[in-house]
Structure formats: C-alpha cells, structure tokens
Design a protein around this ligand. Sequence first.
Ligand SMILES: O=C([O-])CC(=O)C(=O)O
Ligand SMILES: [Mg+2]
Length: 230
Amino acid sequence: MASHYVVRHVDRAAPDTVAVLRDAGVATVHEAAGRTGLLGPAIQARQSGTVIAGSAITVSCPPGDNLMIHAAVEVCRAGDVLVVTTTSPSTDGMFGDLLATSLRARGVLGLVIDAGVRDIATLRKMGFPVWSRAVHAQGTVKASPGSVNVPVVADGQIIRPGDIVVADDDGVLAVPATSGAEVAAAAATRLAAETGKRAKLAAGTLGVDLYQLRPLLAALGVQYVDRLPS
Ligand SMILES: O=C([O-])CC(=O)C(=O)O
Ligand SMILES: [Mg+2]
C-alpha cells in the first residue's frame, strides 16, 4: 500500500520577503524569477482585485475526496496559503465556505486548488480568496487517504511545502523559499524601472524609442511605407 503522510513541519520564508513579493504581484515576480514557477491558466481567480502571498501548505487528495483538506487545516498557521491537488483530474467542489471558515480561524490567507470549489457566493461575501480550476456544486466524500506537505503539481507546476505562493488576478506563482530574498530584490529593481518607464510612456514616448526597437525592426526587414506597394 502507498505511504501517506501529514508532515507537520514546514520551513517558511521571512515575512518581509513575502510582503515584497505580494506587493510586486504575479506578473512582476514571474519576470523577476526568470519566468519560472507559474501555474497554468486553468487555475483562475474567483474574485477580483485580491493579491495574496504566503507559505504553501500542500495537500494531495484522491479525486472526489476532501478528507485530507480537513487533516491539513491543523498544520496551517497564520500567513499560509493552502494548495490542494488531486491524484487524477477532478473538478468536484471539494472546498466551500465551511472549510474556508476553518482556515480563516487559523489565519490562512487563501486557497489555490487544482479542482473545484463551491459556495462561491458565500466565499466572495466572506472575502476568502480562492483560485481554482472550476466552480462546481458536486460534493465530495471523506473516505480515502492522501498526504499533507509533500511536493504536488498544480496545473503543470510543482509546488513544495513552504514555497512562497503569490496569487492575484493574473494567476498563481510559486517561488522556492530559498530563492525568495533574491527574487524579491529583483522584483523591487523591476518595479523601480517600471515606474520610470510608465512616466515616459504617459508623456508620449513611444515604446519603439524607449526600448530602442527601431534598429531591430530595420534588421528584421520591416519597412515603413506611406501606402502598401501595389
Ligand atoms: O463540506 C464540504 O465538503 C465542502 C463544502 O461545501 C464546505 O466546505 O462548505
Ligand atoms: Mg458547503
């Protein structure tokens, strides 16, 4: 029989590093991390305008069974993000407002789930943010074993316990806790550069000049003409 574990200890990143990544947001952190760590686009924000960053508590469940989500709640701490996956594809509504209430009582910031959620109106009213593959009322059982705090894969991306998960309207990204400080520094540099670029673009400077793209366009054989040659 396969082994199943609930791992209690997770090495979490420093809160100030996590805060920098949250303030930078998914797109900037993705660039700062060398375009690594991004989950696929099937996992979408189910609310608008919320950004979170926190330490991943990971859950691997059999499809259609949320027993291990209940087991995971106990090992969550304030500032964590729960990441739930299934061992084969499922869109069942494994998570709803009762589990969200339980997670909130432990200070969990939100949920990323490669499966379905339900009670979405209540979740939105509560302000408990979720990123999920589906919204579906289909209920699940509590019957089969799985694991908490083992590496999981969510929409093509490996997420390890303690990874810094950043999630906003653009998607979800995981940064290894050990790379957090380096990625945060790169993100801060990018944000500063973007502030300068934004001011220039707002003043009417063209991207082709700002990024010095005219020589590239010429080298690629792109010709500027007043009318299409007949
Ligand atoms: O109880 C469940 O199985 C999932 C759910 O709807 C909730 O957490 O409210
Ligand atoms: Mg419910």
